[in-house]
Design a protein around this ligand. Sequence first.
Ligand code: DAT
Length: 174
Amino acid sequence: MKMRKRPNILLTGTPGVGKTTLGKELAQRTELTYVNIGDLAQEGQLYEGYDEEYQCPILDEDRVVDELDDKMVEGGVIVDYHGCDLFPERWFHIVFVLRTDNTQLYTRLESRGYTGKKLQDNVQCEIFQTIYEEAMEAYSEEIVHQLSSNTPEDLERNLEQIVQWTEQWMKDHN
Ligand code: DAT
């Protein structure tokens, strides 16, 4: 039996904006599969060194892309990562950049245990809309959308919008 065609969605944005929360719930409500790039790298040890300053391993981007390519070509994947220019442009049908007000983000990252430079730099990344600009550079501007991600109401609205977009995409492509 031939599988119905399904879209690939990228959820990106600064750490703490709510990608994982949104992505996992989206997978529950659609026929799409959720993939967290951080977890994938951890499982496969897809690293190429260690960043002493940020106290975290450095992603081996080529191996991450190789690891996922077959699945992406097949379709139906929600990718969650705090960066977006490492992926092939052809992978995604739509890109969402989640955005959170900086006071709110500060609190979320602090409760995740971030302190000092790591906390400052991540909040600054959001203030400077670094990931949004990266997405606008890496993908066709028409497929890049910003989503407010401050409150539970925002989460629900974003879910409903993306579910609806996914259903429409599948109608149009099957
Ligand atoms: P990310 O995957 O982008 O790092 P997350 O999904 O782990 O972010 O969320 C970080 C924290 O913020 C977590 O405690 C859940 C909370 N959160 C996520 N989306 C939210 C929203 N729309 N409103 C309020 N809190 C939210």
